[in-house]
Design a protein around this ligand. Structure first.
Ligand code: SF4
Ligand code: SF4
Ligand code: FES
Length: 243
């Protein structure tokens, strides 16, 4: 017979003026290979239809189900209950706007970051649908792909001390994003433009390099490598004044 799990779950509805923040407990019989996402669905189906949490893909791809599981930001759909003792605490990600219980709005923050960093290819080259795509060196394409694997789950922001103190900090996800465009030869932005975008304490120089982001990133992105490259380029540009 499986264990009886106790889930201690943060409850609060910011849109209900009568709602009071509290921890609510639920019990559930553990079954083999039970993950937190499925446990939450069972609780919502059988015990409490008012429980709020997010999911879309159930496969670690969409980033929607990120939450604090026993104090660590991670994906509910990729986390087995068997990794924990029989008491499991669930909280929403800090930093992001709370929508209710375990549900937060990461979308507004990621959209604002994308607009702030202008995270699209900047080029004067005319685009023609009739031309074949330009080839790119495989090694470089793989490097760009590594950064592009970010699923915008927000775990790195939730786990970052700087982001939680300075709301304007770009965070690992933002810095990873800009690192991706910096190495893309199709983006014609100058070093000086990158410098203006990220050589601030809200940008790369606000990062204190304690690696929490890389530790919690569910996609294991090489974030610190990317930051080191961004930092080196920015220091070089700042010292030389080169464009
Ligand atoms: S290494 Fe930088 S971005 Fe990552 S958690 Fe630490 S301060 Fe935040
Ligand atoms: S860098 Fe990793 S932790 Fe941060 S948003 Fe992307 S996938 Fe999530
Ligand atoms: S539901 Fe999509 S990452 Fe978990």
């Amino acid at each position: 017979m499986g264990r009886t799990l106790t889930f201690r779950i943060f409850r609060f509805n910011p849109y209900d003026e009568d709602s009071v923040s509290r921890i609510q407990e639920y019990q559930l019989e553990e079954v083999p290979r039970l993950n937190i996402f499925n446990a939450l669905n069972l609780i919502r189906d059988d015990q409490d239809p008012t429980l709020m949490f997010d999911f879309v893909c159930r496969a670690g791809i969409c980033g929607s189900c990120a939450m604090m599981i026993n104090g660590r930001p991670t994906l509910a759909c990729r986390t087995l209950t068997s990794d924990f003792s029989s008491v499991i605490e669930l909280f929403p990600l800090p930093f992001f706007k709370l929508l209710g219980d375990l549900s937060v709005d990461t979308g507004v923050w990621f959209r604002e970051a994308a607009e702030r960093l202008e995270s699209w290819i900047h080029t004067d080259e005319e685009f023609s649908v009739n031309e074949t795509e330009k080839r790119m060196d495989n090694e470089l394409a793989n490097k760009i792909y590594e950064s592009d694997r970010c699923i915008e789950c927000g775990c790195c922001i939730a786990g970052c001390a700087t982001a939680n103190v300075y709301p304007d900090f770009l965070g690992a996800a933002g810095l990873n994003r800009i690192g991706r465009f910096m190495i893309d030869p199709r983006d014609e932005r100058s070093n000086e433009t990158w410098f203006e975008l990220v050589s601030t304490y809200e940008g790369i120089f606000g990062c204190i390099g304690m690696m929490a982001c890389e530790d919690v990133c569910p996609k294991s992105l090489p974030l610190l490598d990317t930051f080191a490259k961004v930092r080196r380029l920015m220091l070089g540009t700042g010292l030389s004044g080169k464009k």
